[in-house]
Write a protein that binds this ligand. Sequence first.
Ligand SMILES: NC(=O)C1=CN([C@@H]2O[C@H](COP(=O)(O)OP(=O)(O)OC[C@H]3O[C@@H](n4cnc5c(N)ncnc54)[C@H](O)[C@@H]3O)[C@@H](O)[C@H]2O)C=CC1
Ligand SMILES: O=C(O)CCC(=O)C(=O)O
Length: 431
Amino acid sequence: MADLPKVVSDASERLDRIYQILDVSDDVKERLRHPDVSLQVAVPVRMDNGALKVFPGWRVQYNTVLGPAKGGIRFHPNVNAEEVTALSFWMAIKNAVVELPYGGGKGGVQVNPKKLSKLELERLSRSYIRAIRPIIGPDTDIPAPDVNTNETVMSWMVDEFSQLEGRHSPAVITGKPIGLGGSEGRTAATGLGALKVLNMWVKKQDKNPEDMTVAVQGFGNAGYYFATNARKAGYKVVAVSDSKGAVYSEDGLDPDKIYQHKHEKQELKGFVYCDSSVNEEPETRQLSNDELLELDVDVLVLAALEDQITEDNANNINANLVLEIANGPVSHDGEKILLERNIPVIPDVLANTGGVIVSYMEWVQNRAGDYWSAEKVEERLTDRIERAASNCFDLAEEHELDLRTAAYLKAIKRLADAADKRGNQHYFNND
Ligand SMILES: NC(=O)C1=CN([C@@H]2O[C@H](COP(=O)(O)OP(=O)(O)OC[C@H]3O[C@@H](n4cnc5c(N)ncnc54)[C@H](O)[C@@H]3O)[C@@H](O)[C@H]2O)C=CC1
Ligand SMILES: O=C(O)CCC(=O)C(=O)O
């Protein structure tokens, strides 16, 4: 038997604590330690110069006891088997936390998409779908966007799958543009959902958004929609960053102006804001990414990549609360230090579920052929994510757990119940 995935060994202490509270059979415990399917594929691409280049790709399905696998596709130079396995495990947990009828799924290609032309990117997207086609489908595994993939990439992928199947198959992938069966509200859902969870926490602490400062690491899809909605809700967004650097203003930034600048220049660096009617000096200043992480703010929001807070820098964090929108931005050891220092972490498996919740609604709409208004989507998102947040906050209080362990407790209970109900033969089809 291969070594256990690192994500499982990292979570083992947390799982042991959960098994003290929940009665979970040894069979289910053992099954949860291994992904169902882990597929590595070659993704060949004809480059514009005529050469053939092969990129490694993966699709992993982790525990599909609750339903088909669901989760995004990432294009990034650091993608590897271990990362995709961890991301698929977290998808299994988060889908169970928000009570979706899905297991965990995640995919990725090890590539720097910024170095590809648009046509090369389209060929890569189609080639990846051809490679993973045997294991995906509306009833088996439903991909979606993640880092460096977007609705255009999803359109090419749906088109490729539909051509291979010989029929239009919009429900195979979510995060599509509205004209191709996408849902209202999907693009903003991850950032907006995270804000709704933060608002619940703030209300519970008897705090007021207007008195709170926020720094946001990562200014892509998730970070931008969080920041712009947080500002509208009254929080003061004092800093944001992308991979090349950060900008800061004590008086608060306007995320929409920064978005415009980033769109024009492809980076935040160089963004300077000055309200000349009040001040001739620039009100913004540039920071390094590390400086952003160490700011003395009420909420530090992590919306970039994994392992941004680890045992190496957790002692330098000065925020009062960490909100994880990225998947896995605080390492296992980093979190231990934060919790010892009384800095709570609102975990990814709760905070970033807005995206997959609206993906689920897109899938439901595709299957019913009935499309909903933006208001209906937001109302359903709010209802589902607030219910999950409230469950996790209550479980944390009741069992004196940190919020991540409380979320895992809820998830493992659902996964174990479903496994038990499916019966012995589900896991032991040779018995
Ligand atoms: N887009 C979605 O619906 C969902 C995304 N997530 C997670 O949220 C995170 C971000 O995803 P997206 O916004 O979709 O990706 P994206 O590709 O749109 O944006 C990522 C952003 O992070 C920045 N970044 C990368 N390294 C950085 C660093 N060291 N410091 C500061 N900024 C850095 C990039 O420049 C970019 O602005 C990922 O972990 C993803 O898995 C989770 C749930 C759903
Ligand atoms: O929308 C989805 O299906 C999944 C999004 C995703 O990859 C994630 O939540 O990490």
